[in-house]
Every structure is written in structure tokens, then in C-alpha cells.
Design a protein around this ligand. Structure first.
Ligand code: LMR
Length: 333
């Protein structure tokens, strides 16, 4: 009798515990891990924080967004894999880092393709630009938005940096992009693919002599403290695609997916409005810091860089598609 009662109590206890945990499960928020490699005070860092703020406001108790900046969770080498494995739900790699998934996005790395960020924006918002957001769904990656950073500048540990011949024989850190590799080879320099988190040390120890990046990345990573000259080349763009795991995204409850879509739209607007301001602020902070010299270039200097780099286009035209290159060029007018 006592035995039976205690067995029944045991069964009762177990079912109460199960009911409680099922309840807790039903109520526990969906966790969205957003991992990226830059500092909080950059366009992408600000965009990710804004996305968290808006998503949690629109979906209270339903969603918790955890932002991991500065490669603290996953760096360049691992973040794409982590997304596909479901270890994170959102990342925003630069458009240069999708080589393995599609050749189409190589478009954005073609040197001197866009005259300014307004042209980049016009192209991204065009039908062809928007279509690229879905160019990797067969590989499990869904593009949710483009986020701006800005135009790239070139820096080295040398005093002279006005013309292409000044970088001959120098070693440059590049992002994992075949176009960028070809661009530096075209200049007679030696490119080396390195993760973003490794760049400062590589510059400091002389593993590489130079790099290319936006003002906000240069300032927030202190590259200007370990470089002698930064030339205002504006020779290319660093922008991002916010991507998610397509299967995870499609499996979300409709209201959550819609809320996240809205949060992404608001964060995108915010990040893209901030990008130009942050880059201009950081350009000025670099000038004020007076560590690296900021080299302004004449029209003739810029024309020389353009002429030296442009032959790269031909090499990648087939993979990208001549029609896409043409559409991007149209955005300049
Ligand atoms: C880089 O690797 O230089 C950039 O792509 C980093 C970033 O995400 O802005």
C-alpha cells in the first residue's frame, strides 16, 4: 500500500515537472544570436544593437537577441559555418567574404566600380541588387538586408603613398576575396588573406606592411597607430549582407518572422544613416590623433590608381556576369 502510494506520488511528481517544463518551453523566448567581427561603435556594430532594441520591443517575451561583437563568439573563419550549423542565427559578413557561396557578390569588390556610397545604395535597392539577397538560398543562406559601411582607404607602414608604384613589393592584408587578391597582384604587391581579428597584430609585427579598410574600421581597430600613411583612395567599398540560416528563418512562427523583418528594416535604415556620419567622425579622429599621416590625393593620383587596378574587372566578368556589372555602373549616374 505504502509502496503503491509512493509510486503514484512519484509518477504524479514527474508529470507535474513535465508540465512545468513544457510550459516554460512554450514561454521561453526564441534566442537570436547575432555574431559579428567589428566594434560596437561602427556602422555594423550600431546596426546590430539597433536590431536587438527594436526586435525585443516589437516581440516582447517572444524573442531575445544576443549580440556578440569583435569576433568574440566566431571570427571570419568560422561564422558562416556556425550559421549553417545553427550555432548562431544572424551574421553580417562584408560582401567580400561570400566567395565560397556565390561568385555574383564579387561584383562589390571590383575596384572603382562605384563613384560614391549613394551609387552603392542605388544599386543595392535596384531589382538586380535585391535579387542578390536570394542568390545563396540554395546554399542555406538567406540575405535579409544590405548594410553600409563605406569606401576603402589604403594604408601602409611607408612615408610615401600617392601612386601605385609606392606599393610595389609590399605585403597587404586582404579579406578572403579572390578579387582583392587579384587587385593587389595587379599592383605588384603581395596580398595575404587574414581574418579581421588578426590584422592589428599583423600590422604591428610587420607580418604585413599595409591594408585597406574604411575609416571606421581603421579607427576602431587602431590600425592608424601601427601604420605610417593612409591614402584617401576611396578605391572600393566595404558593405555587408545580413544573412540568416534559411531553414531556421522559414521555420519561425509567422508573427515572429514578421516582427524580425520589421526590426531588420528599422535597423537597416538606422545603420545606413549612421554609416556616413561614423566614417566621417572617425576620419577626423584619425587626423586629430596625428599618428598616421592622412594623405589626400590629387585627381591625377586617383586616376593612376584606377588605371592600375581596373584590369582586374576583365578577369571576373564571366563569373559575375557582364549584365550585373553594367547594372551597377548605371547606378553611378
Ligand atoms: C574586414 O575584414 O576588413 C572587414 O570585412 C571587417 C568588417 O566586417 O567590416
Amino acid at each position: 500500500m505504502i509502496k503503491n502510494t509512493s509510486r503514484m506520488l512519484g509518477i504524479l511528481g514527474a508529470s507535474i515537472a513535465m508540465a512545468f517544463s513544457a510550459n516554460a518551453l512554450a514561454q521561453s523566448p526564441i534566442v537570436v544570436k547575432f555574431s559579428h567581427v567589428v566594434a560596437d561603435k561602427t556602422p555594423k556594430g550600431q546596426g546590430a544593437l539597433k536590431f536587438k532594441e527594436v526586435a525585443e520591443k516589437l516581440l516582447p517575451g517572444k524573442v531575445e537577441v544576443q549580440v556578440f561583437a569583435n569576433s568574440q563568439l566566431f571570427g571570419d573563419a568560422k561564422e558562416m559555418e556556425a550559421l549553417l550549423l545553427g550555432d548562431v542565427q544572424m551574421i553580417a559578413p562584408s560582401l567580400s567574404k561570400f566567395d565560397r557561396y556565390t561568385k555574383k557578390l564579387q561584383l562589390f569588390d571590383l575596384p572603382f566600380l562605384f563613384d560614391d556610397m549613394a551609387a552603392v545604395d542605388r544599386f543595392q535597392q535596384s531589382d538586380q541588387g535585391k535579387a542578390l539577397l536570394n542568390s545563396m538560398t540554395d546554399r542555406g543562406l538567406k540575405g535579409l538586408a544590405y548594410w553600409h559601411n563605406g569606401l576603402k582607404q589604403l594604408s601602409t607602414n611607408r612615408d610615401k603613398l600617392t601612386r601605385p608604384e609606392d606599393v610595389k613589393g609590399l605585403k597587404f592584408r586582404i579579406q578572403a576575396s579572390d578579387v582583392l587578391e587579384a587587385q593587389f597582384r595587379q599592383l605588384g604587391a603581395n596580398p595575404q588573406k587574414l581574418a579581421f581579428s588578426e590584422v592589428y597584430q599583423a600590422l604591428q609585427t610587420g607580418v604585413v606592411d599595409g591594408q585597406e579598410n574604411t575609416w571606421s574600421n581603421i579607427y576602431s581597430q587602431k590600425f592608424h597607430e601601427v601604420q605610417k600613411t593612409i591614402a584617401n583612395t576611396n578605391h572600393g567599398v566595404i558593405d555587408y549582407m545580413v544573412v540568416t540560416n534559411a531553414k531556421w528563418w522559414d521555420g519561425l512562427p509567422d508573427d515572429v518572422r514578421q516582427g524580425l523583418e520589421q526590426a531588420m528594416a528599422e535597423a537597416t535604415k538606422y545603420a545606413n544613416d549612421e554609416a556616413a556620419k561614423l566614417n566621417e567622425r572617425d576620419r577626423q579622429l584619425i587626423v586629430d590623433a596625428n599618428k598616421a599621416k592622412v594623405q589626400t590625393l590629387t585627381k591625377e593620383d586617383v586616376a593612376a590608381w584606377r588605371a592600375a587596378m581596373e584590369p582586374v574587372w576583365k578577369k571576373f566578368e564571366d563569373g559575375i556576369g557582364a549584365d550585373l556589372i553594367e547594372a551597377a555602373q548605371k547606378a553611378n549616374s
